[in-house]
Design a protein around this ligand. Structure first.
Ligand code: KIV
Length: 270
């Protein structure tokens, strides 16, 4: 049977995809031009992740990125997108511990960017914020497992929830997020078996990164999968290109052409 043409990916479409067993493909983007390419390629979900802090701004962690920064990236992404669902990360310090602030930050994102949903890291401790954001009609995606905004609490980027106690807490958190009304949840860097169990336990779509093949979908950071970043090489990362070397080679060719006055040639002038 021919696949239904999706004009616009919504949270409802993602639920239908889970029901049909159709996998969800999600990538990050932070700018208009990349988002336009991803959308033309028919990616299902674009995440304006706070990984922008690392790959766009060059910080070591995701903590320094601000709400204003995220709004600027997200608004650029939305201008390039016609089809994909655009989800934006609430950055560190704009929602933790205060559900009113969480709502105010989410409203700014929705109003100033035109994005379709927000993503928050955490489990039971953010349930009140999730409910308050949802009460304003803003869809929320959760994020459990390795939550990079808590890196200083974890102390390491190692796989999470390998031990029973943490695995049980993760399941409890996922059920709490589903119960609170999250439309989907990201699971980062946890054992594949646990991610599979959780995916069949909840009705909402589960998107994995470093969480094995049994989730409802996958997400990667665009700069990592394109090979623009070089030093970040976790086991879960599949590189689809080596753009770092391609861009460097192109820049070196341009430099050579300029130096030997080969560029511009007769056809490239007025
Ligand atoms: O910020 C981000 O890019 C993310 C993904 C890794 C899920 O949260």
């Amino acid at each position: 049977m021919a696949q239904k043409i999706i004009k616009r990916v919504t949270t409802h479409v993602l639920h239908e995809m889970k029901l049909k067993g159709e996998k969800i493909a999600m990538l990050t983007a932070y700018d208009y031009s990349s988002a336009k390419i991803l959308d033309e390629a028919e990616i299902d979900v674009i995440l304006v992740g706070d990984s922008a802090s690392n790959v766009m701004a060059g910080y070591e962690t995701t903590l320094p990125i601000t709400l204003d920064n995220m709004i600027c990236y997200a608004a650029s992404v939305v201008r390039g997108v016609k089809r994909a669902l655009v989800v934006v990360d609430l950055p560190f310090g704009t929602y933790q511990g205060d559900s009113k602030e969480a709502l105010a930050s989410s409203i700014r994102i929705m109003k100033e960017t035109g994005a379709h949903a927000v993503k928050l890291e955490g489990g039971t401790e953010i349930v009140e914020s999730v409910k308050r954001i949802l009460s304003a009609g803003i869809p929320v995606m959760g994020h459990l497992g390795l939550t990079p905004q808590s890196i200083y609490k974890f102390g390491t980027y190692a796989v999470r929830a390998k031990e029973n106690e943490e695995a049980e807490k993760l399941i409890k958190d996922a059920l709490a997020l589903e119960e609170a009304g999250c439309f989907s949840v990201v699971l980062e860097k946890i054992p594949a078996k646990l991610a599979g169990e959780l995916t069949s336990k909840v009705k909402i779509p589960v998107i994995g990164i470093g969480a094995g093949p049994h989730t409802d979908g996958q997400v990667l950071v665009l700069h990592d999968m394109l090979g623009i970043t070089q030093s970040f090489s976790p086991r879960f990362l599949r590189r689809y290109h080596n753009l770092h070397d391609e861009i460097k080679g192109a820049v070196q060719s341009y430099i050579n052409d300029v130096k030997r006055v080969d560029f511009p040639n007769e056809m490239e002038q007025y």
